[in-house]
Write a protein of this length. Structure first.
Length: 229
């Protein structure tokens, strides 16, 4: 298993799936953890200031104040640094959302969680710098998943973990018989939220946000066994 890959999630009967964003890689010394963070800080700063195309091992060395040998000891390639940066950014974003004031998953409120997440994705605000960087990395990985199995494996693991949590929340919140299987509902929600956000990043005026919010609510209300919204 690579340094940037999270360990397998551990599940117990009756408990929600263990989230990869809550599980830090094990077997890493405190010194190694600190050095890795310094390297990722340097890489993230370069991406923010100059763009991902300008990221190189040489620039990271200069920014982090490390030799090439020190750098490649912790991350052997530029690609391994990109994967680690993406992993860290996504962990931080998910943790911030879960620590916010909105409804919490696995409390029987999957419908409220969906509506809150949808409203957050559609709110008319200037795109956050961290979110823009996250999507830039995502698109970089998507463009090369046919050539790089590590990119495909990383994205697959992350998306699977996200779907498992949504599916578990739906199963916990929607009584049987359910109109749609929780796993199918999770894939629908995942595709909808990310698809809308990507559209707005490309074209902020792609659609009326209020109308889209109401349309999505009407579309998915039956999935959650909700009446007229």
């Amino acid at each position: 298993m690579s340094d940037s890959a999270p360990p397998p999630a551990v599940k117990h009967a009756g408990e929600p799936p263990c989230a990869w964003w809550d599980v830090e890689p094990e077997g890493i010394s405190e010194t190694a953890r600190k050095r890795r963070e310094e390297i990722m800080d340097a890489a993230e700063a370069i991406i923010a200031e100059r763009g991902i195309d300008e990221l190189s091992l040489g620039k990271i060395e200069d920014r982090a104040g490390m030799s090439r040998g020190q750098l490649t000891y912790y991350f052997p390639t530029r690609e391994s640094i990109l994967l680690a940066v993406y992993d860290r950014m996504l962990r931080q974003m998910i943790r911030a959302i879960l620590a916010g004031d909105g409804p919490k998953p696995m409390t029987g409120r999957a419908w409220d969680c969906f509506r809150f997440a949808l409203g957050d994705h559609l709110k008319p605000a200037t795109p956050e710098r961290g979110k823009e960087q996250l999507f830039t990395l995502l698109f970089t990985f998507l463009a090369r998943i046919n050539q790089r199995t590590d990119y495909r494996d990383k994205l697959s693991e992350m998306y699977r973990g996200w779907r498992e949590h949504i599916a578990a929340d739906v199963a916990d919140s929607v009584p049987e018989p359910r109109p749609v299987k929780p796993k199918v509902a999770a894939s629908m929600i995942q595709a909808l939220l990310q698809g809308l956000e990507i559209q707005l990043m490309i074209d902020p005026d792609a659609f009326d946000r209020g109308e889209m919010f109401e349309a999505c609510n009407q579309l998915l209300a039956p999935v959650f066994k909700q009446g007229s919204v």
